[in-house]
Design a protein around this ligand. Structure first.
Ligand code: AMP
Ligand code: MG
Length: 403
């Protein structure tokens, strides 16, 4: 039995492989902007003009010269989508202006409608109201200059990035291809979800859980039929997966008599980076590289499978999809209850986080161990308990692994 890595060591091994991934040298494809959600940019997004392209009023009010004193004559009005084509404003002149409209020449401030009174086309500032140059104006190019790179290749596209791309005029985007992920469950006890299991059998839930996780983290799942617990069957099945970018096996990585994943991977030319991590659930997890792809042997217990995916597989899968420097999704929350565990392993306890404006709390869902899919489904994260802690008090801050 080889040595177990700590969680931090295992994450560092993954990170080394993530950094090895040379995204710019990869192939790319073009998608419509409306089809780009969740994809990864294979090109930089560049400002096609200054942003904003004109000095923009941020308020409804009056464009004025801040240094003028006394009443101002109102020359007219300009709203968003218009441009003032009248004469440049002179001393003690003002122009009615709406939010988003371009500022006319000759003025340097916008006074809000709430702070003035108007009588016979003459504008009076409220008593005591003073103006500073630049007030309520976003100057031209304050957000970006034409030619600026606003997002780099390797950025995953969500709403904020897509809105930016639209503002810059990108109707299509160059993105990286999605990695193909072969999913191979092992176990003589497994039956398909469409079959009625006998007493000694269980339904294959891992293939479905893993396919969903692969999709959620930007991959294309390629679920394969489950494999029987023999060396020959396993090696033959692994040999069929060479065109996938990543191979995920579930089950068969413990020290049992019918656990053949490690020897089968080695026999197929694999190199193993680690064969166990000091974590629970998930201790027997295996990570390595086959001649043409990365491979994980995930423990078969369904919660172990999902936790090891989120912690170790997800960052690598995101990198294979071209994302720059992905790391697991950790956050901090306040424990709503005391927690007791055995020290020695990093624990990932199914838990429910209740987000709040002031303080996000987390409560354990309580579980019967790493096969408890019902508890796992009631949870929305895992509370991470470090290996040197035996008990934590309510009110302590803990790390949570999000999913
Ligand atoms: P293993 O890692 O192969 O020793 O499996 C550990 C436990 O996980 C056993 O109780 C298995 O029945 C269960 N298990 C293994 N593979 C799956 C799967 N594909 N779906 C659901 N449970 C599984
Ligand atoms: Mg098994």
């Amino acid at each position: 039995m080889s040595e177990l890595l700590t969680c931090a060591e295992a994450l560092a091994v993954i990170q080394t492989e993530v950094l090895r991934w040379d995204a710019p040298s990869r192939a790319s494809e073009i998608v419509l902007l409306e089809d780009s959600l969740g994809r990864v940019l294979a090109q930089p997004l560049v400002a096609d003009r200054d942003q904003p392209p004109f000095p923009r009023s941020t308020r409804d009010g009056f464009a004025v010269r801040s240094s003028d004193e006394g009443a101002r004559t109102i020359l007219g009005s300009v709203r968003a989508g218009q441009i003032w084509t009248g004469p440049a404003l002179q001393q003690n002149q003002a122009l009615e202006i709406m939010t988003g409209a371009p500022l006319p020449e000759g003025v340097d401030a916008v006074v809000m409608i709430e702070h003035v009174s108007i009588a016979e086309k003459t504008l009076h500032l409220d008593t005591g109201r003073t103006l500073t140059a630049g007030e309520n104006i976003v100057p031209r190019a304050a957000e970006a200059h034409q030619g600026d790179v606003l997002l780099t290749a390797g950025t995953r596209l969500h709403a904020a990035e897509i809105a930016l791309a639209a503002s810059l005029g990108y109707a299509t985007l160059k993105v990286y291809p999605q990695p193909r992920v072969a999913i191979l469950a092992t176990g003589d006890e497994l039956v398909d979800v469409s079959q009625q299991p006998a007493t000694h059998q269980i339904r294959n839930s891992n293939t479905h859980g893993l396919a969903a996780l692969v999709r959620a983290y930007g991959g294309i799942p390629v679920p394969l039929p489950p494999v029987a617990d023999t060396r020959e069957a396993l090696e033959a099945a692994i040999a069929q997966t060479g065109d996938a970018d990543l191979l995920l096996l579930s089950g068969g990585v413990s020290a049992g008599k019918y656990d053949f994943v490690e020897p089968a991977l080695l026999a197929r030319g694999g190199k193993l980076f680690f064969t166990g991590v000091k974590m629970q659930p998930g201790k027997p997890v295996v990570f390595g590289q086959m001649p043409s792809q990365y491979v994980f042997g995930l423990p078969g217990n369904p919660i172990s499978t999902q936790v090891t995916f989120l912690l170790l597989v997800a960052p690598l899968l995101r990198a294979l999809g071209g994302e720059a420097n992905p790391t697991p999704h950790f956050a901090q929350a306040t424990l709503a209850q005391p927690v007791k565990t055995k020290p020695g392993l990093t624990r990932f306890l199914p838990a429910r986080m209740t987000p709040a404006l002031d303080r996000t709390t987390v409560t354990l869902t309580g579980w019967q161990g790493s096969g408890d899919l019902a508890s796992n489904a009631r949870a929305n994260c895992y509370a991470v308990i470090s290996p040197d802690r035996e008990s934590l008090a309510a009110g302590e801050t803990v790390t949570v692994l999000l999913r």
